[in-house]
Design a binder for this molecule. Structure first.
Ligand code: HEC
Length: 123
């Protein structure tokens, strides 16, 4: 038997021997991948729209430009708030402050992804 056909037989045998990935493994891999891309998108959107005032790490920037100044988004006082509360601020803004409404700029999904990124910043 040639080395080539032995290799071929081994290859076929290996396919039978290696167990197929369990369905639940595959589902959790897909979820991890989805979360990874959502987070990446949140980070990109944050850099594009929010970083100017809130700073690269969410710690606040533009202090001397707007009053009241942007809060530290990683602080417990902010992170304690529910997803619904923070999403509402992002959606509607805070009247009388530099925090504008993003409802015309960001889709529901994009707001959720930015929020996901804000949670990640505080970890
Ligand atoms: C022009 C400056 C500016 C930009 C741009 C901006 N913010 Fe803000 N943001 C502020 C200020 C100022 C406040 C504080 C408002 C207040 O004191 O009530 C704030 C408040 C917030 C809060 C509320 C924190 C709390 O304690 O409730 C969140 C959440 C937030 N911003 C997220 C974002 C996100 C996400 C973006 C980008 C999509 C963004 N901001 C863009 C200035 C800005």
């Amino acid at each position: 038997m040639s080395a080539r056909s032995i290799a071929l037989i081994l290859l076929i045998a290996l396919q039978y021997l290696s167990p197929a990935p369990a369905a639940s493994d595959q589902a959790s891999d897909e979820r991890a991948l989805r979360e990874f891309y959502d987070l990446e998108e949140g980070k990109r959107l944050y850099g594009q729209y929010c970083g100017f005032c809130h700073g690269e790490g969410g710690k606040g920037k533009a202090y001397n430009l707007v009053s009241p100044p942007p809060p530290d988004l990683t602080a417990p006082a902010v992170q304690r708030k529910s997803d619904a509360d923070l999403a509402k601020v992002i959606h509607e803004g805070e009247q009388g402050t530099a925090m504008g409404a993003w409802k015309w700029t960001l889709s529901e999904k994009e707001k959720q992804n930015v929020l996901l990124y804000l949670r990640q910043l505080a970890r």
